[in-house]
Ligand binder design. Structure first.
Ligand code: F6R
Length: 608
């Protein structure tokens, strides 16, 4: 959450900072600000609106002089969205300016301590202790003061820091919060992620936890947390600006929905060689695979829903018990795992704080960690024993779409790969699934072609107050994701229920006209689902079913049916979710909601 950017170079900094902040806005967007250092003074501009307002206020940055600066787009944690709480924060003496992503957990103690020294605070944020602590330790050496101050901080933080006495120098600090350094020509950047600086440089260095970087226009030095100079390799980002732009669509979400055939194809195809799944450099061989007696999947939100599909499929193909946990629960529940457990961690951003903490917990207990991650070089990617990247490309819309489908696709590949090695499923079944997986991009394309129909359906239902999604087995896993998609961007109350569970309480909410969406892709339980449809119909529900083409029975029992192309029965989630991503999108557009930046949310949840 929160996006930070910094620049030091030989040209006006403010326009670059604002451009970068616009690309980081998906990380948090309740207020924003920039601070430029010009002739020994800070020029600060803030807004409690979006970055567009900051651009308007500053004449697209032209009104702010200076070739060094920092910027921030905020997702509020400590103190509501206000000008006082917006970053950058200055030390009381005006010598230091700081932008921060993360949470300083011991800020209250530090604040009290600094107050005892007579320092006054002007915001409710945890961040404001940072510039004041640096100022407190400052004896003329910028880096020394930063090192002493960060040595006192606990929690998660990435920081961009300026000092009035150092007209070209920007210090970056990373501790459990993402931060990269962009290496340009006569200019250098820091940013929360690559999208913010890809239009200026593709050469980046990823800071590790505890590391610092001192940026000047012509050189960057890296330091350990003890202040020891360290060498850092840089790498090139292998995607370009177009991937991080809307490309003619009105919203990133629609662009990303439409990109799914490509994203799934690119995630799956390179990993299939001669009819078998090949994971190069996965760091998990047959011997180690045979030692696991259970698998635990941990993730948050949609990634958890992807994991839920994985649980059903892996159990089916591997005949190993698979537990699935929300990362925020797993990390505090004293889980029973050891070196015989394979823990699969799923995260698009690779930075989700709870997921990362769950990973560390599992690692400390001896489990082998296999992560499924989209963002290259992210914290989760780095902390894992084994790693599989979803090659979805950058995902900007807060609501995940291609991130989710590529996670699900990789889980299928993993299950097929492991079942093949361990011989836990018939070869013919695995071959059939693999062939089916290769045809999924076409099937997704076919679903996307039907978007006009989904748009009509969305228009008709966009003012309903509440909606229920039901399904069994893998359809239930999709129901959870379909329901989340709708509620998070359209603000319609939505519940997902295992179809057989509805009658244990929730069915009392069904009344005349309540919309129930019944996901009926999982053929072995189709009859059971039809009974559940009858139960809600009997109570007046309006039922929309989702099934494969030609399923006449479901059509007889429902008010409306969304037909999907036939795919392998176990692979159905990969197509079944598509109409409901579209449905959520069109409902949100119809209600004039901010599709890419839904209220109260942020893309990368780097706080607990
Ligand atoms: C919902 C959504 C979130 C994320 C969750 C985990 O559309 O995007 O629920 O799935 O915050 O994020 P990652 O995958 O980055 O760990």
């Amino acid at each position: 959450m929160c996006g930070i950017i910094g620049f030091t170079g030989d040209c006006p900094a403010a326009p670059l900072l604002l451009e970068g902040l616009e690309r980081l806005e998906y990380r948090g967007y309740d207020s924003a600000g920039v601070a430029l250092l010009h002739r020994g003074r800070f020029l600060v501009s803030k807004t409690t609106e979006r970055i567009g307002d900051l651009k308007a206020k500053t004449d697209k940055g032209r009104a702010l002089k200076g070739s060094i600066g920092i910027g921030h787009t905020r997702w509020a944690t400590h103190g509501g969205p206000s000008a006082e709480n917006a970053h950058p924060h200055l030390s009381e003496d005006g010598r230091f300016a700081v932008v921060h992503n993360g949470i300083i957990e011991n800020y209250a103690d530090l604040k009290a301590e600094l107050q005892r020294h007579g320092i006054e605070f002007s915001s409710e944020t945890d961040t404001e202790v940072v510039p004041n602590l640096i100022a407190y330790y400052y004896k003329g050496n910028f880096l020394d003061a930063v090192l002493r101050a960060v040595g006192r901080l606990s929690g998660s933080y990435s920081l961009g820091i300026l000092c009035c006495d150092y007209p070209d120098t920007l210090i970056a600090v990373r501790h459990f919060s993402p931060l990269i350094v962009g290496l340009g020509s006569e200019s250098n950047f820091l940013a929360s992620d690559v999208t913010a600086l890809i239009s200026h440089t593709k050469r980046v260095a990823y800071l590790e936890d505890g590391e610092l970087a001192v940026l000047n226009p012509n050189h960057v030095e890296f330091y350990s947390s003890e202040g020891r100079p360290i060498h850092k390799e840089s790498s090139f980002v292998n995607w370009d600006l177009a991937a991080a732009e809307k490309g003619g669509y009105n919203h990133f979400m629609m662009k990303e929905i439409m990109e799914q055939p490509r994203a799934v194809r690119e995630t799956v195809e390179p990993r299939i060689k001669n009819g078998r799944v090949v994971f190069e450099d996965i760091g998990l061989d047959e011997e180690r695979l045979k030692t696991f007696n259970k698998i635990a999947i941990v993730a948050c939100g949609s990634a958890y829903h992807a994991g839920m599909v994985g649980k059903y499929v892996i159990e089916e193909l591997l005949r190993l018990p698979v537990e699935i946990d929300l990362a925020s629960e797993f990390r505090y529940r004293n889980p029973i795992i050891d070196h015989k457990t394979l823990v699969i961690v799923i995260s698009q951003s690779g930075e989700t704080a709870d997921t990362l903490a769950a990973l560390r917990e599992a690692k400390a207990r001896g489990a082998h960690i296999l992560s499924i991650v989209n963002v290259v070089g992210s914290s989760i990617a780095k902390a894992s024993h084994s790693l599989l990247y979803t090659w979805a490309g950058p995902e900007i819309a807060v609501a995940t779409t291609k991130g989710y489908t590529t996670q699900v696709a990789l889980l299928y590949l993993f299950a097929i790969w492991a079942a093949d090695i361990l011989s836990t499923a018939p070869k013919a079944q695995l071959e059939e699934m693999l062939e089916g997986l290769c045809r999924i991009p076409e099937a997704i394309e076919a679903c996307l072609e039907e978007r006009g129909r989904i748009k009509d359906m969305a228009r008709r239902s966009c003012y309903i107050g509440s909606i229920f999604f039901i399904g069994r087995n893998i359809d239930y896993a999709v129901a959870l994701e379909a329901s989340l998609k709708l509620k998070e961007i359209s603000y319609i109350h939505s519940e997902a229920y295992a179809a057989g569970e509805l009658k244990h309480g929730t069915i009392s909410l069904i009344e005349h006209g309540t919309t129930v969406i019944a996901l009926a892709g999982f053929k072995p339980l189709a009859d059971k689902l039809i009974s559940n449809i009858k139960e809600v119909k009997a109570r007046g529900a309006f039922v929309v079913a989702c099934a494969t083409e030609g399923n006449q029975e479901i059509s007889n029992e429902s008010d409306e049916v969304i037909y999907l192309p036939p795919v392998h029965p176990l692979l159905f989630p990969l197509v079944e979710v598509i109409p409901f991503q579209l449905y959520a999108y069109y409902v949100a557009v119809c209600k004039d909601c901010d599709v890419d930046k839904p209220r109260n949310l942020a893309k990368s949840v780097t706080v607990e």
